[in-house]
Write a protein that binds this ligand. Structure first.
Ligand SMILES: [Mn+2]
Length: 354
């Protein structure tokens, strides 16, 4: 893989990114892909604007989290900056509050790439190509992810434009969808290989698909169901009733994630060829269909959190196999920790397995 253009590009970004030292008491919130627009019906951010603003202002800001915006914050391919800034004043004030109180880092994506040339983009932090967090010589490399598939993405954009303005036959639409899924798969596989070779953690966005320890929620649920079935076979009658309930809850959550990601349904895990190394994480997108996902680095732990309205997600029920959803006081929203692990344990496995 070394020597390929994408690899040289990632290598260069990696080498040029300065280290930010972090400690076991630090808290970081990492989000990506807000795609802020002009507030009109083509603005993808609009449906989640309220949940995003409320949760950041009432949960993460008062708890001292530093905010890392990992790319595609503004949708500059479709809207001019002035209109975005005018429409989303409350969001920019929130970014400024993080910058003033806790700390704010901005990383560019493919839809807001031009920000890197501004000395002070709106929100109060200069934008960089990437960020490296260092915990005792272990590195978490945070970047948007498009660098792994630049050319394919450009082709994808062209394809999208052709679809929007010129052609509309069903054949081409299906082709575009399968192409997008191929690009996403390739982005993940390339970044996975890059981080495994360097024995680091990479934390990306861009594909809009959450990943934790290199697994999607779908992969993780399938493993969980297998593990519960094994436990069921070993257990007595009393425990079996409870386990059967937990298995049913996992199954209903599995079908929820399948409807959320139809493209995923047709294909299995990305990494079944090798031993799985937990070196790739993805925040998912803020413009999710029912709430949003984010990664939290919380005093030595890393969490994949989902924020949603309780009635909208089967995971919120918990059903005896996962901690129950925590409501955010004074709002209709709740936080569900989908996955959680000790950073030390992740670094140790990468060192041993990669
Ligand atoms: Mn992107």
């Amino acid at each position: 893989m070394k020597g390929r253009p994408f690899c040289q590009r990632l290598e260069r970004v990696f080498a040029e990114t300065p280290l930010v030292h972090a400690s076991r008491t630090d808290r970081f919130l990492i989000v990506s892909d807000l795609h802020l627009g002009d507030g009109g019906s083509h603005d993808d951010f609009r449906p989640n604007a309220e949940i995003f603003r409320t949760v950041l202002e009432r949960f993460y800001l008062p708890r001292g989290y530093r905010l890392i915006l990992n790319g595609d914050i503004e949708e500059l391919q479709r809207f001019p900056m002035e209109r975005i800034v005018r429409r989303w004043q409350p969001i920019y004030r929130l970014f400024e509050a993080f910058a003033a109180q806790n700390g704010l880092y901005r990383i560019v994506g493919n839809h807001d790439r031009t920000l890197a040339s501004l000395a002070a983009p709106p929100g109060g932090a200069k934008a960089f190509p990437a960020l490296k967090l260092e915990f005792d010589r272990n590195i978490i490399f945070i970047f948007h992810g498009h660098q792994a598939t630049l050319l394919m993405d450009r082709f994808n954009l062209l394809c999208g434009l052709v679809l929007r303005y010129i052609a509309n036959p069903i054949g081409i639409k299906n082709y575009a969808r399968s192409h997008r899924s191929k690009v996403r798969f390739q982005t993940e596989r390339r970044v996975y290989g890059f981080s495994r070779d360097r024995k680091i953690v990479s934390l990306i966005g861009h594909t809009h698909r959450p990943l934790f320890e290199s697994l999607s929620p779908l992969d993780a649920l399938q493993f969980k169901i297998e593990q519960l079935c094994r436990e069921y076979a070993r257990s007595g009658r009393n425990a079996q009733g409870q386990l059967a309930g937990a298995i049913r809850a996992c199954q209903s959550e599995l079908s929820y994630w399948l409807t959320m990601n139809r493209a995923e349904a047709s294909r299995g895990s990305l990494y079944n060829r090798d031993l799985l190394v937990p070196c790739l994480f993805n925040t998912g997108a803020v413009i999710g269909k029912q709430g949003f996902t984010a990664l939290e680095i919380d005093r030595g732990l890393i969490n994949l959190a989902q924020w949603t309205e309780p009635q909208k997600s089967p995971a919120a029920a918990g059903a005896g196999w996962r901690r129950p959803a925590e409501p955010l006081e004074g709002s209709d929203y709740c936080r569900i920790v989908l996955k959680q692990e000790q950073l030390d344990y992740i670094f140790a496995r990468i060192k041993l397995l990669a």
